[in-house]
Structure formats: structure tokens, C-alpha cells
Design a protein around this ligand. Structure first.
Ligand SMILES: [Fe+2]
Ligand SMILES: [Fe+2]
Length: 245
């Protein structure tokens, strides 16, 4: 058994939002996903997809994208990304009922992997605007937007705590935590998300959302305060699922 993760598939089988204009790495990226997942993942393995699955705005515009994900090998667990408009967090149970045995939607719940609980939520972090000087050093930022961001962080923290609490109540003591957004913004060393990961002793925090060379280093990668941080954005990994466990 193995645990893999990959984020930001940005599929568009039913929309005309091609990702090709974002660079060569996105050319035929769905074929890369299919080939590399097919090569790596066995039926008994688990693949966590960390959000931004589809460009479709409503479920009816996402059906083919979700069917593509369903056809990938292994058990598939999905996390919400900022682009996943088809997924109302409050109606996750409905999605889980509809896709039972095919896809699992991780939100205010958890999934078991061996003796680990896979927990998570979309997360949130302030992404600017930042005001820079000529050398690219940060001089300030939009404080109103930053205040707004803090409210969204609070909501996501509540959702993450719900996920951890459900796992703990079920008897789990080992955790792997998934976020769509990076756990910290470019100003932060730590955040409420890193603190919760440490509080629960999560073994790893896996996230995506960061696209393009300039953004890959926005948050923590590698070991920090005893927790392993992994960036699994599709374009960062050239769409090859990363082994988490
Ligand atoms: Fe994305
Ligand atoms: Fe995103």
C-alpha cells in the first residue's frame, strides 16, 4: 500500500479554459497525469488530490473531469480548492453519497489510511497585494484585504479542527494533514495551520495551489518543527503524483 498526492489538475474537459497558455508544463497535462498515475499507482494505493480539480462552475460542467479522476488507479480522495465551485462545503455529505465507492470528498470528516487519519481542509492565506520596492523587497500590503483574509483563515481553522476531532474521536492518533492553500503566506514563519499540525503531531502537511517557478517557494517545504511539508502542485511535480507514505 502507498499514499500519493497531487494537486491542481485544473481539468477542463467540458469548458474551453485550456491551461496551455500557462507554459509548456501544462501542454497535454491530463495525458501526463493519466500516464504517470497509471505507471505508479496500484489498485490498493490511495491518491489524494489537493483541490482545483475542475474549471467547471457547476456540477454539470464537471462531470467529465470527475469521471477522468475516477478512472485513475487506486482510491481517490478529493480536497476542495478555491476553484472548485461545484462543491458546496456544507453539502459534502451529499457528494459522498452520490460518489460512494468511487470518490471520497474530504471536508469536516477524515479518511483512514492504515493507522493514519487523513485530515484536511482548503485552508486560506493572504496572497496580497504586497507593495514592493525596486529591488522586490516588501514595503507593505493591502491591510484591508489582509483583515478579510484573517476571517477566512478562522473559518478554515474551524473546519480543520472538525476534521481532526472526528479522527481523534474515532481513535486515530497518527495524522497526515492536507491543505489546498499553502500553510503560511510569504510574510509568515508560522500560522494557525502550522500550529495545529504541531499540536496534533501531524507527520506531514501536504498542500498545493502555488503555480509557476516564482510561487513554488511561497511557503514551507521540507522539515519544520518536526513536521514534513510537501508541495504537490501539478505543475511543480510535472504532474507526477508524489509519494507521501
Ligand atoms: Fe490551482
Ligand atoms: Fe488554488
Amino acid at each position: 500500500m502507498a499514499l500519493y498526492a497531487l494537486g491542481d489538475l485544473h481539468l477542463s474537459f467540458q469548458t474551453d479554459k485550456s491551461m496551455d497558455r500557462f507554459g509548456a508544463v501544462w501542454k497535454h497535462h491530463e495525458q501526463k497525469i493519466e500516464t504517470q498515475a497509471g505507471r505508479l499507482i496500484r489498485p490498493e494505493d490511495t491518491l489524494v488530490l489537493t483541490g482545483d480539480h475542475s474549471w467547471g462552475r457547476k456540477m454539470e460542467e464537471c462531470r467529465e473531469d470527475l469521471a477522468f479522476i475516477e478512472r485513475l488507479p487506486g482510491r481517490k480522495i478529493l480536497l476542495r480548492g478555491n476553484h472548485d465551485m461545484f462543491w458546496d462545503a456544507a453539502k459534502t455529505d451529499r457528494l459522498n453519497a452520490e460518489f460512494a465507492g468511487r470518490l471520497f470528498f474530504l471536508q469536516n470528516n477524515f479518511a483512514a489510511y492504515e493507522d493514519y487519519a487523513l485530515v484536511g481542509t482548503k485552508g486560506y492565506t493572504f496572497e496580497g497585494p504586497f507593495y514592493l520596492d525596486r529591488r522586490g523587497r516588501i514595503l507593505g500590503w493591502d491591510e484591508e484585504r489582509e483583515k478579510q483574509a484573517r476571517k477566512l483563515v478562522d473559518r478554515e481553522i474551524r473546519r480543520l479542527r472538525e476534521s481532526f476531532a472526528a479522527a481523534r474521536k474515532a481513535g486515530y492518533r497518527k495524522y497526515i494533514m492536507f491543505l489546498h492553500y499553502p500553510p503560511t503566506n510569504i510574510l509568515e514563519q508560522t500560522s494557525p495551520f502550522t500550529e495545529i499540525a504541531e499540536e496534533y503531531g501531524a507527520e506531514a502537511v501536504v498542500y498545493s495551489h502555488c503555480h509557476g517557478e516564482a510561487r513554488f517557494g511561497d511557503s514551507i517545504r521540507g522539515m519544520f518543527h518536526g513536521v514534513r511539508y510537501m508541495l504537490v502542485s501539478g505543475d511543480y511535480l510535472d504532474f507526477c503524483p508524489a509519494r507521501v507514505k
